[in-house]
Design a protein. Structure first.
Length: 186
C-alpha cells in the first residue's frame, strides 16, 4: 500500500506539472499570434481621398512640403527616425532608387518621426535627394491612419499614380520591394 500512495502522489504531481506547462505553452502561442497580428499593416479605406493628401510639413531647411503636390504619380512614403537603425540602413537604398527612377515619375517622400535638430544633423552627414518632411509625433498618427496600427518604424506606403495604396510595408525595405513597386506603380 505504501508503494501505491507514493505512485499516486508522483502521478498527481506529473499531471499538475503537465497541465501548467500546457497552459504556459498555449499562452505563449497566443501571445505570439497577437504580436504578429498587431505588426501587420491594416487596411485603409478611400486612399485616394485620404487625409494624407491634405497634410503639410516643414522641411529641414524650413520650406513647406505639401503632400497634395505628390498626387497623380507613384509615391513611396517612408516613415523613419534617426534613432531607428533599420530606417537609417534603408535610406541610401531608397535614395539610389529615387535617383534611378525620378525621370520615370516615381516619387519618394520621407517623413521623419523625430526631433528637427536630429534630422538636420543626420542629413548634414548623409544628404538625401528626395524631399524629407518633419512630421514629429503627428507623423505617428498619420502612419497609423495609413495602416500602421502598431506605430512601428520603418513603415512605408506605396501609392499608385491614382492615389490608391498598392502595398504597406512594416520593417526595412529590400531591393526586391522597390523593384516590384516600380513595375506596378505607374
Amino acid at each position: 500500500m505504501k508503494d501505491n500512495l507514493a505512485m499516486d502522489q508522483q502521478s498527481a504531481g506529473a499531471s499538475r506539472r503537465n497541465l501548467i506547462l500546457g497552459a504556459g505553452a498555449a499562452a505563449a502561442v497566443a501571445g505570439v499570434g497577437v504580436a504578429l497580428w498587431r505588426f501587420q499593416p491594416q487596411a485603409v479605406t478611400a486612399a485616394a481621398s485620404h487625409p494624407v493628401w491634405t497634410q503639410q510639413f516643414d522641411t529641414p531647411s524650413g520650406e513647406g512640403l505639401a503632400m497634395a503636390a505628390f498626387q497623380g504619380k507613384p509615391l513611396l512614403l517612408n516613415f523613419w527616425a534617426t534613432w531607428c537603425p533599420p530606417c537609417v540602413d534603408e535610406l541610401p537604398m531608397i535614395d539610389a532608387f529615387w535617383r534611378e527612377n525620378v525621370a520615370k515619375n516615381h516619387q519618394v517622400v520621407a517623413l521623419a518621426i523625430d526631433q528637427p535638430s536630429a534630422v538636420r544633423r543626420f542629413l548634414a552627414r548623409q544628404p538625401l535627394g528626395f524631399p524629407v518632411g518633419l512630421a514629429g509625433l503627428a507623423g505617428t498618427e498619420l502612419a497609423k491612419s495609413l495602416g500602421n496600427a502598431a506605430g512601428g518604424l520603418p513603415f512605408t506606403v506605396f501609392f499608385k499614380a491614382d492615389g490608391s495604396i498598392w502595398r504597406q510595408k512594416m520593417g526595412q525595405l529590400t531591393a526586391d520591394d522597390l523593384m516590384q513597386w516600380r513595375s506596378v506603380g505607374a
